[in-house]
Ligand binder design. Structure first.
Ligand code: G4P
Length: 281
């Protein structure tokens, strides 16, 4: 797969993020719960050095609940604070305030020692495109959406959203570009729809999806499409095409249509809650 992300654009965004990170205490890093590793950009380790970090498993509603727990345990074991959320409905967001306090305990303690009172925790949301950053900011800030405005001399041009008495959120998220060095990462990102479909071979992608889903969630395709799921992936795609009426005028199978249908249903969670990678892999 040949994927381009416009390096000029990337460099500028990265520089901007480096500047923004200087202003904050806490990085709220969103990953996609269906592919927590592939949707993480390793640059964040370097960019976020010396900052508290909270990893949110977003879109947890689309991922396998047992795997959500596994991933949360994995990130915790690596020393990160973590929580699973659904930014679309707001599920899991209420629990974040105490976690943020805990993640920033050192800063709060330091402020206290220095006699600094009521200096809010400042946080910034980062993540790859389409992971749900804007949705998260809107849901999390919600009613508290009052912008605090510019503070002369300190944060010129920056808009902060006051979440509560002790937390402010930078209103623009930091965009990290995914790393496609490993082909599997590229495929995972394509499967969840984070890569523009017009540059992908959707039929090939759908066959990969069939393979992966069958391997990790046996029976789930059979149940959804009322088909036999054994055999070559292309045969499974043909059965799905037949069941769903993906047939061209002359009576030939419309593979492209069946592939799009399958991918769309997977991305919307209609096939089931599916996680595509495991922490121990
Ligand atoms: P970004 O700023 O990081 O680029 O992502 P954005 O918030 O635009 O979200 C990308 C898509 O992901 C949106 O869907 C959004 O609704 C969806 N999304 C965000 N968080 C969650 C979540 O926790 N669960 C689920 N199921 N979806 C989530 P869209 O297709 O662009 O629009 P729409 O479906 O909302 O109409």
């Amino acid at each position: 797969m040949n994927i381009q992300w416009y390096p000029g654009h990337m460099t500028k965004a990265k520089r901007q993020m480096q500047e923004d990170i200087k202003l904050i205490d806490l990085i709220i890093e969103l990953v996609d719960a269906r592919i927590p590793r592939s949707s993480q950009n390793p640059d964040i380790d370097e960019l976020g050095r010396n900052k508290a970090r909270l990893i949110l498993l977003n879109k947890s509603d689309l991922a396998d609940e047992a795997e959500n727990e596994q991933w949360a345990a994995y990130f915790r074991q690596k020393g990160c604070f973590t929580a699973k959320v659904n930014s679309k409905t707001g599920a899991g967001l209420k629990a974040l305030s105490p976690i943020i306090r805990e993640a920033c305990a050192q800063k709060l303690e330091r402020d206290k020692r220095r006699g600094i009172k009521n200096r809010p925790i400042r946080a910034m949301v980062v993540g790859i495109p389409n992971v749900g950053k804007s949705t998260f900011i809107n849901s999390f800030a919600g009613r508290a959406c009052a912008k605090t405005g510019n503070k002369p001399g300190v944060t010129k041009g920056k808009q902060w959203i006051r979440l509560n008495k002790e937390t402010e959120l930078l209103d623009t998220p930091g965009i990290l570009w995914p790393k496609f060095e490993d082909e599997r990462v590229g495929v995972n990102l394509a499967l969840i729809g984070s890569v523009k479909d017009d540059i992908l071979n959707l039929e090939e992608l759908s066959l990969e999806l069939i393979d992966r889903v069958r391997e990790n969630y046996p029976g789930i395709l059979a149940a959804r499409y009322e088909i036999e799921e054994e055999g070559k992936p292309v045969e499974v795609l043909e059965r799905i095409a037949a069941k769903r009426g993906c047939i061209k005028k002359g009576g030939d199978m419309d593979y492209a249509k069946a592939a799009s249908l399958l991918l769309e249903e997977f991305r919307n969670g209609k096939i089931g809650r599916i996680t595509l990678e495991r922490p121990q892999e």
